[in-house]
Ligand binder design. Sequence first.
Ligand code: PGA
Length: 257
Amino acid sequence: MRKRIIAGNWKCHLTQKEGQELAQAFKGASQNGAIDVVVCPTYTGLSAVGQAIKGSDVALGAQNVYWEAQGAFTGEISIPMLQDVGCTYVVLGHSERRTLFGETDATVNRRLLAVLASSITPIVCVGETLEQREANKTQEVITAQLKGSFASVSAEQIENVVIAYEPVWAIGTGKTASPEQAQEVHQQIRLWLTENYSDSVAQKIRIQYGGSVKPDNAATLLQQADIDGALVGGASLKADSFLGILQAAASNQAVSS
Ligand code: PGA
């Protein structure tokens, strides 16, 4: 049984104080560790939010990281720096990084290989655009992203990765993939893992769905066989809505296990 993982991607929102207040609300929401709960503030919020959730069942994640440990890389943040403020997760290859900031599968791969050499758990995002979906290219696009992002990643290493399937057309648009649409792609991702690694590896890896997840659609998405969690944007910025999703995940987990 894969343990569900729900992560809140706060994107470019919230000051330190706002982030601390919000994160406090999620303490204890893992239902005694039945699910993994992660919040991903901005870089400037990491330290303060980290202090607020220290020793609790809420884990700290960053939204990106650079592959070099230090040096003349103006504007970048490194893995040791994330570890220094208590980060245990990092999101890589989010579609906003890909479309707005020139991220490619090759750069995601460099980040991923560096993160896998540390104790931080990477959350690697993949997903197709509406145009690609309408051209029946979803599977092709996702396979290419997986291939590029996971180049040179060993079976032993990949077991520590969380994958997030986030159809670009569903992010921040209010349009959620139907549970069946999401499950279809999750199943394809797991099949890819079986073919390129092994069935036992594929069965261990957690695959989150992301794209307009809300309290009222979380339970049905999470009931799908290959959906093991959610990467939540907008609905993670309000205590009530993120708590609703956490509750859906925890109760759903109890029912299906
Ligand atoms: P959304 O964002 O929940 O606001 O659609 C999801 C994400 O970008 O991770």
